[in-house]
Design a protein around this ligand. Structure first.
Ligand SMILES: Cc1cc2nc3c(=O)[nH]c(=O)nc-3n(C[C@H](O)[C@H](O)[C@H](O)COP(=O)(O)OP(=O)(O)OC[C@H]3O[C@@H](n4cnc5c(N)ncnc54)[C@H](O)[C@@H]3O)c2cc1C
Length: 136
């Protein structure tokens, strides 16, 4: 039996991506082990008895804004364009999440929303993403 130089613990995206790179670029053997009885880590899905795709650990949608990541993944699978909008229920209203200026205007009375908007724009500038803890 030939010796295996690389042992990867964890068969999620990180483990398999690393294994692929080692196997392909270094032409070395890799063994991946996982405590779970399936591949894919948190991203694991399966078909139930009705043929419905179940994401065992919670819904996963592949997204990236990094072209190298997209190119890498596209070598192994085909993606379908998909869009969704996340809304949160705040005081009985569905508002956009992540919280943005539209959410602000939906949640607060007009004059107050205008004031807060001005403050935010003054402090952070236009079209900036700001962690909520920096706003508080
Ligand atoms: C509910 C939920 C929803 C998510 N939604 C999205 C999404 O929509 N889009 C997105 O891009 N990302 C999403 N994520 C994040 C995504 O799941 C992770 O980024 C991704 O799974 C990370 O992959 P990983 O290989 O680093 O870790 P994991 O997927 O956690 O894989 C690690 C693997 O290592 C194994 N392991 C750990 N320790 C040991 C050990 N000591 N011995 C043996 N095996 C071990 C584990 O069993 C596991 O299989 C979501 C995460 C959760 C929890």
């Amino acid at each position: 039996m030939s010796k295996v130089k690389n042992l990867i613990v964890g068969c999620g995206f990180s483990g398999v991506a690393l294994a692929r790179k080692i196997a392909q670029e270094r032409k070395e053997k890799v063994v991946i082990i996982d405590i779970k009885d399936h591949i894919a880590g948190n991203c694991y899905d399966y078909r139930d008895s009705n043929g419905i795709c179940v994401h065992k650990y919670g819904t996963h949608i592949f997204h990236t804004n990094l072209k190298p990541v997209w190119d890498f993944v596209s070598r192994f699978t085909k993606g379908y364009p998909y869009q969704h909008k996340v809304k949160g229920l705040v005081d009985g209203q569905l508002v956009p999440i992540s919280f943005n200026l539209n959410s602000l205007h939906q949640v607060f009375p007009k004059s107050l929303a205008n004031k807060i908007e001005l403050c935010l724009l003054e402090k952070f500038g236009f079209n900036k993403k700001v962690p909520i803890f920096r706003i508080a």
